[in-house]
Design a binder for this molecule. Structure first.
Ligand SMILES: [Zn+2]
Length: 350
């Protein structure tokens, strides 16, 4: 469903909506973002000079695989070294909490965040949101340009109405969602899982029939397990997964109706899977650590980021009819569902 977004970006660049057009686009962006990061961020300028890499070295994907990895600790140490714009051009920073309680900061310009809004809106459009259709947002409230606001702006762009459902009581949240009769429910996977557990205890499904329930995961270290997916889908129906991480501007991949891997947002993200020990690339379909590069960020592009997520990439065309984008599978290895139910605040990474 993210494909309409990928298609529109390709046609905007004068490229055909084919795998070849997409490959050309991705390589062009990789060259651009590598040169930009080298020339504008202190972190990559120093790193590239130390490794003897020049700004024009990335001529193909093999050359890009010589670019050193970026690790979470690098961002944690000093996120400002990654900035490619002046601090005055940063509209908002987001924080990602590590297990040790340290705050990793990621910065965005206004156009970075507008791009996030546009990609979420393309997801809503592809679900078939109708004019004035309701979107129930099940995330904790934040100030302007925070997650609920980005989703709300996306719903407006798709001519829908968004309502934040953030009362601190699970049963009341369910009642509010049922009153809204939303076409789309979007929330963190954990929160939807908690709400599903309440519905199961009550022995009933949700009293509403949304076209899609979008469970977002990746921004905190909990991955939707098969068991959790089954529980949410049984209570809510029409479950779609959305996987994104803050460091990559949230919009990494989105489910389709076939539910066999999430279609990658390949115009904004370049995904690789590597052996976590050696860093060598894994073949398509093989499991390894997910490594992501942000192709579009203006404030803080991050190259070859070691995400810590165990994943695989599927290259075969999807039977949903979208043959353009590759798909991502992210495997549960972080927190168990029991951990989550018993101790929702402290999550264990693998
Ligand atoms: Zn598909």
């Amino acid at each position: 469903m993210i494909t309409s977004w990928v298609n529109s970006r390709l046609s905007g660049a004068g490229l055909p909506p084919t795998r070849e057009g997409l490959s050309e686009y991705v390589l062009g962006r990789l060259k651009q973002v590598t040169g930009y990061a080298y020339g504008s961020s202190n972190f990559y300028g120093d790193l590239f000079r130390a490794k003897g890499i020049t700004s024009d070295a990335v001529n193909d994907l093999d050359a890009f695989s010589e670019v050193p990895f970026t690790f979470a600790e690098d961002i944690l140490k000093n996120p400002y070294l990654f900035l490619c714009v002046s601090q005055g051009d940063v509209l908002r920073g987001f924080t990602v909490e590590t297990l040790e309680g340290e705050m990793k900061q990621v910065f965005f310009t206004r156009d970075d965040l507008e791009r996030v809004v546009d990609s979420i809106s393309s997801v809503f459009d592809s679900i078939g949101i109708t004019p004035n259709g309701h979107v129930a947002i099940v995330f904790p409230s934040e100030n302007e340009w925070g997650i609920p606001d980005l989703i709300s702006k996306a719903a407006k762009k798709s001519r829908g109405n968004a309502t934040l459902v953030d009362v601190p009581d699970l049963e009341k949240q369910i009642s509010q969602i049922e009153e809204l009769k939303p076409e789309i429910i979007i929330g963190s996977a954990q929160q939807l899982f908690f709400l599903s557990a309440v519905l199961q205890r009550q022995g009933r499904p949700l009293g509403a029939s949304p076209k899609a329930v979008i469970a977002s995961h990746g921004c905190v270290p909990y991955i939707l397990t098969e068991k959790a997916k089954a529980m949410i889908d049984r209570s809510w129906n029409n479950l779609f997964e959305y996987f994104g991480i803050t460091e990559m501007g949230f919009t990494v991949s989105f489910d389709c109706r076939v539910h066999n891997g999430l279609h990658l947002n390949e115009v904004d993200i370049y995904a690789e899977v590597v052996n976590p020990e050696s860093g060598e690339p894994k073949a398509p379909g093989e499991k390894g650590e997910l490594v992501l590069t942000n192709l579009s960020s203006r404030a803080m592009p991050i190259l070859r980021y070691r995400t810590g997520y165990l994943s695989s990439i599927i290259e075969e065309p999807c039977s949903c009819g979208d043959t353009l984008t590759r798909r991502l599978k992210v495997f549960s290895s972080i927190a168990t569902d029991e951990d989550l139910l018993n101790q929702p605040v402290v999550l264990r990474p693998f």
